[in-house]
Design a binder for this molecule. Structure first.
Ligand SMILES: [Zn+2]
Length: 279
């Protein structure tokens, strides 16, 4: 038996070929995670402060993960969060086993509110009640992004997944890719471009975009991404409409203050001048 998480048909076929499986039956279930509220926010020039402010408002006293691109970023961000009265720990590949387990346990049992981690975090960690997953770094691919946020909302409740994005972040990943002599380079680059397109698609439902990438046909989510709740004409209407919609979600999920503050975030999103609407 061969098992895999969310992947494209191409990857699935590659697994079958690699394992030289000649007679097989494929069982595939949906990759949809409708309880994840997908959101993209413009990233400022001070992302650590932006994330501290973000957590201190809509996600106050909730637990979550912030993904960072570099190990140093996890440390610096944890310090920034602590200075903003957010109890945060960090994990990355340079920690020894004792330190890593200590930090992971602090977060798992609730002593720490936030864990700042590189994308390698999560193996063997099974906390089910994360209420937000923030990406401070630009994901290398949609697979990478969906795998990261896949750790959120495993209790089935509404979970906020916010990606902080600016185009300049691509340069960091391009620099790393160019240093690697890898046969899959072109595919990797291609996937990264799809991630940029996902971030720039100001008119397409985020859930439908992701499921389309995994070759799954899906309707728009209607209320679980910032695009679907953003079909509003004026700034005033936007605030009211978003508040109403999120208030409904908040009641279902039990997340306090999620409604009004999410509407504020939504407003920031719609005012972002470089957000491109593709027809
Ligand atoms: Zn949507």
């Amino acid at each position: 038996m061969a098992l895999t998480g969310t992947c494209t048909n191409r990857v699935q076929n590659k697994i079958i070929t690699t394992l030289q499986m000649e007679s097989y039956e494929t069982i595939q279930v949906t990759s949809s995670r409708i309880n994840l509220h997908l959101q993209i926010q413009p990233k400022t020039d001070k992302p650590k402060k932006q994330i501290a402010d973000f957590i201190n408002q809509p996600c106050q006293r909730q637990c979550g993960i912030v993904y960072c691109a570099r190990r140093k970023d996890t440390v610096d961000l944890a310090h920034e969060l602590k200075s903003a009265n957010i109890n945060a720990v960090f994990v990355h590949g340079d920690l020894n086993d004792l330190e890593r387990r200590k930090h992971e346990r602090a977060w798992t049992i609730g002593l720490a509110q936030v864990i700042c981690a590189t994308k390698s975090f999560g193996m063997g960690i099974d906390r089910k009640d994360e209420q937000f997953v923030l990406d401070m770094c630009f994901p290398e691919s949609i697979d990478d992004y969906y795998q990261g946020i896949g750790r959120a909302g495993r209790d089935g409740l509404l979970t906020l997944c916010t990606l902080f994005f600016k185009h300049e972040d691509r340069s960091f990943h391009l620099h790393n890719i160019l240093k690697i002599e890898d046969k899959d380079y072109q595919e990797h680059k291609y996937n990264m471009n799809k991630m940029v397109k996902y971030c720039d698609s100001g008119s397409s439902c985020h859930h439908r975009c992701i499921l389309s990438y995994f070759e799954e046909v899906s309707p728009e989510c209607e209320e679980h991404c910032d695009i679907c709740i953003g079909d509003i004409q004026s700034q005033k209407d936007c605030t009211i409409n978003a508040c109403q919609k999120f208030s409904g979600l908040s009641t279902k999920s039990g997340l306090s203050n999620f409604g009004v503050l999410s509407a504020e975030r939504h407003l920031m999103h719609t005012q972002f001048p470089s957000k491109v609407c593709l027809s």
